[in-house]
Design a protein around this ligand. Structure first.
Ligand SMILES: Nc1ncnc2c1ncn2[C@@H]1O[C@H](COP(=O)(O)OP(=O)(O)OP(=O)(O)O)[C@@H](O)[C@H]1O
Ligand SMILES: [Mg+2]
Length: 240
C-alpha cells in the first residue's frame, strides 16, 4: 500500500531563516501534495520569496527541516535540487534581456542538455508565441511573453515541483488571466506548483490550497475555497 508521505512532494517543518539579525521566517510548517497548486498569500516583506529561495537551497536554514519527495534536502545546493526536479521561476522573471528566447530556454536545460532539443520542441508546441519569437532577444518581448518565457524555461529542466514567485506582477489584468491559465494547464499535466501571489483572488481561484504568511509566520491555511470565504482574508486581501 502506498504510504501517505509518498503523496507529499514537499514538507517544510518548523523552518526558521534569518538575514543577519532579521528573522525572515519564524518557524513555518507547510506541505504540498503531488499534483497540487498551493498559493502563498502575503504582503510585501512577509517572506514569500525567502521561503521559495530557501526551499530551492539558496538560503541558510537556521532551524527546521525541508523534505522533498520524502527526504531531507537540508544543506543541498540549489543545482542539486534542480537536477532532482525542483525549479524556481523568480520574482521579476529573471530572463536574460540580451539573450534570445532560444538561448534563455537552453539555460533552463543546462543540466539536461541531451534532452534539450526534444524539450524545446515540446515547449514551442505549448507556447506558439515563443516559437514565433525564438530568435528575438528577450528584451523585445512584452511583459506577459517574458513571464511565459520564464515559465517555459522551467519546463526545459523536466521539473516536478515548480515554484513561481509573483507571476502576475506588473502585467495587465487580461494578460494575468493568460498566465494563470498557463499555470492551471501545467498543473493538469501533472506538475505540482507553489505560487506566491499578491493577486490573491485570482490565485486562489485556480489553486487547491493556500497559506497566509504574515511577517515570517504562517497565520492561516486551508483549501482555496475556505480562504476565499474567510472574513479576515476577504477584508485584508480581497478588499471585501
Ligand atoms: N538579502 C536580504 N538581506 C536582508 N534582509 C532581507 C533580504 N531578503 C529579504 N530580506 C528581508 O526579509 C523579509 C522577507 O522578505 P521577502 O523578500 O522574502 O518577502 P516577500 O514576501 O517576498 O515580499 P515581496 O512581496 O515584496 O516580494 C523582509 O523583511 C525583507 O526585508
Ligand atoms: Mg517576494
Amino acid at each position: 500500500m502506498e504510504q501517505k508521505t509518498d503523496m507529499r512532494i514537499l514538507q517544510v517543518q518548523g523552518l526558521e531563516v534569518s538575514y543577519g539579525h532579521i528573522q525572515a521566517l519564524k518557524g513555518l510548517d507547510l506541505e504540498i501534495m503531488k499534483g497540487e497548486i498551493v498559493v502563498l498569500v502575503g504582503a510585501n516583506g512577509a517572506g514569500k520569496t525567502t521561503l521559495m529561495e530557501t526551499i530551492l537551497g539558496v538560503n541558510k536554514v537556521g532551524k527546521g527541516d525541508i523534505l522533498y519527495k520524502g527526504k531531507s534536502i537540508l544543506g543541498k545546493p540549489a543545482d542539486k535540487n534542480v537536477r532532482d526536479g525542483m525549479f524556481l521561476v523568480p520574482e521579476g522573471r529573471g530572463v536574460f534581456a540580451w539573450m534570445t528566447v532560444k538561448d534563455n530556454l537552453l539555460l533552463g536545460a543546462h543540466h539536461n542538455i541531451r534532452q534539450a532539443d526534444e524539450k524545446m520542441k515540446a515547449v514551442f508546441e505549448s507556447f506558439p508565441v515563443l516559437s514565433e519569437r525564438r530568435d528575438q532577444v528577450a528584451k523585445t518581448l512584452s511583459g506577459g511573453e517574458r513571464q511565459m518565457l520564464a515559465i517555459a524555461r522551467a519546463l526545459m529542466s523536466s521539473p516536478e515541483l515548480i515554484m513561481i514567485d509573483e507571476p502576475s506582477i506588473g502585467l495587465a489584468p487580461i494578460i494575468v488571466n493568460d498566465i494563470f491559465e498557463i499555470i492551471v494547464n501545467l498543473n493538469r499535466q501533472g506538475y505540482s506548483i507553489l505560487l506566491s501571489e499578491q493577486n490573491v483572488y485570482k490565485a486562489l481561484k485556480c489553486a487547491h490550497r493556500g497559506y497566509v504568511l504574515e511577517t515570517g509566520n504562517l497565520v492561516l491555511s486551508g483549501t482555496a475555497e475556505e480562504l476565499l470565504n474567510n472574513p479576515g482574508i476577504r477584508e485584508a486581501y480581497l478588499g471585501a
